[in-house]
Design a protein around this ligand. Structure first.
Ligand SMILES: Cc1cc2nc3c(=O)[nH]c(=O)nc-3n(C[C@H](O)[C@H](O)[C@H](O)COP(=O)(O)O)c2cc1C
Length: 363
């Protein structure tokens, strides 16, 4: 399902007796979420709060924020927080390691802006990543400026094509060792990928365990999004806010394959193209690289005024992943991520937990 572009349209509004739960559409959500993306000054080239502040703004699956940052004098450890795993949609922790890669990329851009080169290494699946900071000249990479405004925009776009020079610059920005990005802008190929998205989406919606896990990460109103600081807030996808009890009660009834597939169709048809990220090897170290590549792509897209969003259904259901690999010609390589891009209007920004909740000082 277009995740998580759900939810709850007219049916839910009617069921709520026309009385939408509006808390958070106004100042309370903007007020509570403002510190998440506040501009910060680095106090030194190893200002850990500054680095983590930017790292957590990265994309991450279901917005579970499955990371912990151990901080030393001049190094950090980014470890998986397995209390925040999503075992149904992500049984092998692929998305979790991609999410760590996204965070590591933001962190490395922030480190450069603070005057440090971040040397990122994969340690192990349990220990995650180690980042060593090496003093260098303060450099504001142009991608750094886009960290606070990047978002996944789960809406229809306006159908305009991207300029060839912009496509080339996206490819260039996404170039990361151990992973490649394939940009698809030909409509017939996009339609073939759409067919797989729709088929995989239907399979996921028919899977009760998938739906239960997804529902547990939906935040049906601002109060709930702000209280947890995580999850998928309905307003970020243009959906009405509802009391949590009502959202939970209606979820399976209003999220139907028919309705969600129709959204996928109009979203792909209105997009300028698709980006498929493919790592060289199918292992956690390379999934991290795919995350880094996506994050750089997304930041460059943001700079160019392009919106983007994931449609990962065919990489999440194994049978469809193989079909996607065959369709776009990745050979024996695993397609990691499917992202659409195009021109459109921004949605409300997603929440994050306070950085104090994810930082611990290393001895
Ligand atoms: C590995 C990974 C998989 C994701 N899969 C999907 C997806 O299939 N559909 C979707 O709408 N968003 C997907 N997302 C986007 C996240 O839900 C999003 O990053 C998160 O909610 C935070 O929102 P933001 O990116 O706008 O800050 C994925 C993100 C990552 C890193």
């Amino acid at each position: 399902m277009n995740r998580r572009h759900l939810l709850l349209g007219a049916t839910a509004t009617a069921a709520a007796g026309g009385g939408l739960y509006l808390a958070g559409r106004g100042p309370s959500y903007s007020h509570a979420s403002a510190p998440v993306r506040v501009e910060m000054e680095a106090r030194s080239d190893a200002d850990m709060r500054y680095l983590v502040h930017h790292a957590v703004l990265a994309a991450n699956s279901h917005n579970t924020q499955p990371w912990l940052f151990g901080t030393g004098e001049r190094h950090l450890e980014i470890t998986p927080d397995l209390r925040r795993e999503t075992p149904v949609v992500d049984p092998d922790h692929h998305h979790l390691f991609v999410s760590l890669g996204c965070a590591a990329e933001n962190l490395s851009l922030a480190a450069l802006a603070a005057g440090a080169q971040a040397n990122i290494g994969f340690v192990s699946t349990a220990a995650g990543l180690r980042v060593d900071l090496e003093r260098t000249r303060e450099t504001r990479d142009p991608l750094f400026a886009a960290i606070r405004s990047r978002q996944c925009t789960r809406a229809d776009y306006d159908g305009r094509a991207s300029k060839p020079a912009d496509l080339a610059s996206l490819e260039q920005a996404a170039a990361v060792k151990g992973c490649r990005v394939m940009l698809i802008t030909e409509k017939p190929v996009m339609t073939n990928v759409l067919d797989l998205i729709v088929a995989a989406n239907s399979a996921q919606i028919a899977d009760g365990a998938f739906m239960r896990e997804l529902k547990s990460w939906i935040r049906f109103n601002a109060a709930s999004a702000v209280a947890t600081g995580d999850g998928l807030y309905s307003a970020c996808t243009g959906n009405p806010s509802l009391p949590s009890w009502l959202g939970n009660a209606l979820f399976e009834r209003v999220v139907t394959a028919e309705g969600e597939n129709a959204k996928c169709v109009s979203q792909i048809r209105s997009s300028a193209g698709l980006a498929i990220f493919v790592s060289d090897e199918n292992d956690p170290a390379h999934w991290v690289q795919a995350g880094r590549s996506y994050q750089r792509f997304a930041l460059q897209a943001t700079r160019l005024g392009l919106k983007h969003a994931f449609l990962n259904q065919p990489v999440e259901v194994e049978g469809f992943r193989l079909q996607l690999a065959r369709l776009v010609g990745t050979g024996d390589k695993r397609p990691d991520l499917v992202v659409r891009f195009g021109y459109g209007t921004a949605m409300p920004m997603s929440m994050r937990r306070p950085i104090a909740d994810v930082m611990t000082a290393l001895r």
